[in-house]
Design a protein around this ligand. Structure first.
Ligand code: ADP
Length: 259
């Protein structure tokens, strides 16, 4: 069934962040990429359509924030602390953080349409959409409703078992006509905070091999770092706290390649 796409004339570039499975750091990458672009002076929107498990509000310190409206349109939460980053999350609509969302596909499609069409995003250089893992209703709705998204950013971990999930995500995008902006490998080598030696907990170079195998761009490799986990829990994105760190530079490189 084809879905009519929405008009988003003020938004220059639209990227969809996806992963084959949960827990690989997809939301972490979406949040830090959006923050990295916003800190560079870009006008950025971050849309969290992870309807059953929105983690963007927590990762940005916006837990408890509620959806606002100007009477006509919904208004994104604007974060002055992160270069005016505009954020919308399904989490802003929930009565309580632990309230489950029990919706079927058409309801999800309806709310995602509203988030794209009935939100006053204003003029944006980039909109980053954080999708739930897999190839279900939400990424399908996002890709069809946007219609002309600039690319999918596929987040994966370096293990060989991730290859099957990555190939599913890539095939999903190609069937829907969405180009692949590239693969981000997350949770690569662990840098020992004491001796600085890198331990490849999974496998070295897995992300690059996956990108080569599927002939898509390799955007970058982000190590495992306890400070990344802590910054997500604290609600202050890593790239805003450790601006000159090697990991923030990796995000910077990825952000530049998109911008
Ligand atoms: P997903 O969106 O794929 O389900 P999340 O972004 O929610 O994954 O990340 C899962 C957990 O892993 C979070 O607690 C997050 O802070 C942590 N995490 C993500 N990337 C890293 C990393 N590179 N190093 C350490 N912890 C990470």
């Amino acid at each position: 069934m084809s879905i009519e796409s929405v008009k988003m004339e003020g938004v220059a570039k639209k990227y969809v962040v996806m992963s084959g499975k949960g827990g690989v750091g997809k939301s972490t990458v979406a949040v830090n990429l959006a923050a990295s672009l916003a800190l560079k002076g870009k006008r950025v929107g971050l849309l969290d359509v992870d309807i059953h498990g929105p983690s963007v509000p927590t990762m940005l310190g916006l837990a408890g924030a509620k959806m606002m409206s100007d009477g006509e349109k919904m208004v994104p939460v604007e974060m002055d602390s992160i270069g005016g980053l505009k954020v919308i999350s399904i989490g802003f609509m929930l009565q309580a953080e632990d309230a489950p969302v029990i919706w079927r596909g058409p309801m999800k499609n309806g709310v995602i349409r509203q988030f794209l069409e009935d939100v006053d995003w204003g003029e944006l250089d980039a909109l980053i959409v954080d999708c739930p893992p897999g190839t279900g209703d939400e990424p399908l709705s996002v890709i069809q409703l946007i219609g002309n998204a600039d690319g999918a950013i596929i987040v994966t971990t370096p293990q060989e078992v991730a290859a099957v999930d990555v190939s599913k995500s890539i095939n999903f995008c190609s069937q829907l006509g969405l180009p692949i902006a590239g693969i981000v490998e997350n949770m690569a080598g662990f840098v020992c905070p004491h001796c600085k030696e890198i331990t490849y907990v999974f496998k070295e170079g897995g992300g690059k091999r996956l990108a080569a195998k599927y002939k898509v761009p390799f955007l970058g490799s982000i190590p495992l770092d306890p400070a990344i986990g802590a910054s997500g829990d604290e609600g202050r994105p890593f790239v805003t706290q450790f601006t000159n760190s090697p990991i923030s530079e990796i995000y910077d490189t990825i952000a530049r390649s998109l911008a």
